[in-house]
Each structure stands twice: as C-alpha cells, then as structure tokens.
Design a protein around this ligand. Structure first.
Ligand code: AMP
Length: 176
C-alpha cells in the first residue's frame, strides 16, 4: 500500500465560504468514502484510548455520529447521540452555548449515562470548542466520568482546546 493511499490529511477537502462567508469548511466525506482511509481514521482515533476503560462514546450531531459509532464499536463501548434541541424523543437534559452570533442548544437523553460510566466525547471537527465544552457539561450533569475528547480535525488557530475542561485529554488526529 503506498503512502498516498493512506494520506488522511490530503483527503480532507477545504470548502471556502461554506456554509457562510469566511468559513473554511473541512469536508471529511472523501475519508468516509474510502475504505482504507475510513479504517485508518478510526484506528488512529481509537489508538490512544485503548485500555482507558471507556464505556460510552458521546457523539455530537451530526458528523460526530459517523466516526463516533466506529470508535465505540472498536472500544467495545456504547454510543450516545447528543443532538440539537428538539430532536431526541425521550426526556432530555440541555445545555446552551454561545455562537459567534446568538446561542445554540444541545441535548442528551437524561438516562443515557449510567453510574460508573467512563465517557469519551467525539466530534469530527473542533473549531472554537464551544460545542464540545457544552457537551462536557451535559456529561458532568448526568454523572459521567469524562475521560477524554477525540476529534478527527482540530483547527488549532481557533484555540478550541483552551475552552475544554482542564485536565481532560483532548486527542486530535489532524491539525490544521
Ligand atoms: P465549535 O463549537 O466552534 O468547536 O464547532 C464545532 C462544530 O461545528 C462541530 O460539530 C463541527 O463539525 C462544526 N464545525 C465548525 N467549524 C467547522 C469547519 N471549519 N469545518 C467543518 N466543521 C466545522
């Protein structure tokens, strides 16, 4: 297998001004669509978490669901979807967080985390870190023991990891 076949970074497609002017959108679908890259992405996300005792992977809507369920499968953990307001059918806990303009809300089922659960939060991209830190607050409120964050892509210039709770590992496979 040559190196190019396994080039995760080269497979991320940057779309200028999507979904709004000034945003450089990191499109991971070329990775998802390629069997070798998909496997490599999941392998690299999982590698630092082996032996950490993760029992639940929390994936953030919507692209956090895709690799998040693969990570959960590989770690032998369960998967919990965190969704935008009003999408989950059962009783939820909610967290509001700041956007550049206004606020947004994410929700999780109130019984999704069991006592003693060791939790990983996963999303495809960390930008400002606002979504992942709101997700960490949800996990804390539900009694989860947050072990780590994992992201496929980190936009380092936005310094999102500085917004995450101190002392919790944050792994990212690709840094831009
Ligand atoms: P943030 O709360 O700023 O860290 O934003 C994270 C959420 O927005 C994640 O769910 C990402 O999937 C998405 N996101 C933010 N910026 C980008 C970007 N430049 N490219 C792709 N997704 C992004």
């Amino acid at each position: 297998m040559n190196k190019q076949e396994l080039d995760l970074e080269g497979a991320v497609r940057t779309i200028t001004d999507f979904p709004s002017p000034g945003i450089q959108f990191k499109d991971i679908t070329p990775i998802l669509g390629n069997p070798k890259l998909l496997r490599r992405a999941i392998d690299e996300l999982v590698e630092p978490l082996i032996g950490e005792g993760i029992t639940k992977v929390v994936g953030i809507e919507s692209r956090g669901f895709i690799l998040g369920s693969g990570i959960a499968h590989a770690l032998g953990a369960g998967f919990i979807p965190v969704r935008k307001e009003g999408k989950l059918p059962y009783r939820t806990v909610r967290e509001e967080y700041e956007l550049e303009y206004g606020t947004d809300v994410i929700e999780m089922h109130e019984d999704a985390i069991a006592p003693g659960d060791v939790v990983l939060i996963h999303d495809d991209v960390i930008a400002t870190g606002g979504t992942a830190s709101a997700c960490a607050r949800l996990v804390a409120r539900c009694g989860g023991d947050l072990k780590a964050f994992s992201f496929l892509v980190e936009l380092t210039f936005l310094k999102g990891r500085e917004r995450l709770p101190r002392g919790i590992d944050a792994h990212s496979v690709l840094k831009f």
